[in-house]
Design a protein around this ligand. Structure first.
Ligand code: CP
Length: 311
């Protein structure tokens, strides 16, 4: 791969190859030897804990040299564009950038170059607005695959703030491609029937909770709700009652069912806090897997761009 920006670019085979590679890294497979240095920078224009730190961990484990980049103190604050920022880093010698940005599809400006533009850099998307979050989706798929060993006909319930969720978008696109059966639940104002209807069926949580294999809880993204009339009076207790993972719902789950959440969690809203580390939860496993999956993703781009002497 030259870049890793969305899930649409991947085939089912690509996904399985990346999962196997990430599993091998997790099992202790040696990292490829770089014959030349590779420089990367992580540009996080939106806050992050796990994506940022696990990309950096993955980069260091692969032997990449990480060039620190603090978006708040960069010349972006003086109005420099993302393209000019990337052009600058490329000129300095950065080979790869991992970028999180609030603008959907921000990466198109870096990929669809005009004839007069010359940007030679691998772009890895760490989340674009409500668009895509490919590394989260890949680590979610790795986590599901570890438990079940397949995707076809798995019943996956995605619950919550679907409209604003790049995690949900990335996952529903790929899970459908992989043959999973998708169900969606949550408030109607976060459900776009035209968009999500092509991937699965809207249900009430309690209609299917005892039948599904995977429950994917989504974070209520308060920072993306500004000005939305329907959520002015958002009631956390009501949300938890209607859609949250609580003891009653946990007890109804199949023995083999698992619960995912991309984090950060609003404890007591999407998920009752004392159940976050319960036996059916894969919240911590997801974060562990994130490092190994990001290693696999970075390696695929290193090989695609023949960086560090890899092919
Ligand atoms: N899941 C996720 O993207 O978490 P962070 O915002 O902490 O990176």
């Amino acid at each position: 791969l030259q870049h890793f920006v969305n899930m649409e670019q991947l085939s089912s085979t690509d996904v399985l190859t990346l999962i196997k590679r990430a599993q091998a890294f997790k099992a202790g497979a040696p990292v490829p030897k770089l014959s030349q240095p590779v420089y990367c920078a992580n540009l996080f224009f939106e806050n992050s804990t796990r994506t940022h730190t696990s990309f950096e961990m993955a980069e260091r484990k692969l032997g990449l040299t990480v060039i620190p980049f603090d978006t708040a103190h960069s010349s972006v604050s003086k109005g420099e564009t993302l393209y000019d920022t990337a052009l600058t880093l490329g000129a300095i010698g950065v080979d790869l950038t991992v970028i999180r940005h609030s603008q959907n599809d921000y990466y198109q400006d870096l990929l669809d170059l005009k004839p007069e533009q010359h940007l030679e850099m691998g772009i890895i998307n760490a989340g674009d607005g409500s668009g895509q979050h490919p590394s989260q989706s890949m680590l979610d798929l790795m986590t599901i695959y570890h438990d079940f060993g397949y995707f076809r006909d798995l019943k996956v319930l995605i619950v919550g703030d679907l409209l604003n969720s790049r995690v949900a978008r990335s996952n529903m696109q790929m899970l459908k491609k992989l043959g999973a059966k998708l169900y969606f639940a949550g408030p109607n104002y976060w459900f776009d029937a035209q968009e999500f209807g092509q991937y699965g069926q809207k249900v009430e949580v309690d209609q299917v909770i005892d039948q599904v294999d995977v429950v994917m809880l989504l974070r209520v993204q308060h920072e993306r709700h500004e000005g939305l009339e329907q959520v002015q009076n958002f009631d956390e207790h009501e949300y938890n009652y209607l859609y949250g993972m609580n003891q009653k719902r946990y007890d109804k789950l199949k023995k083999t069912a698992i619960i995912l959440h991309p984090g950060p969690i609003n404890r007591g809203v999407e998920w009752d806090g004392y159940l976050v580390e319960a036996a059916k939860s894969r919240f911590v496993t997801q974060m562990e897997n994130g490092v190994f999956m990001r290693m696999a993703m970075l390696e695929a781009v290193l090989r695609g761009r023949k960086l560090g002497g890899l092919a």
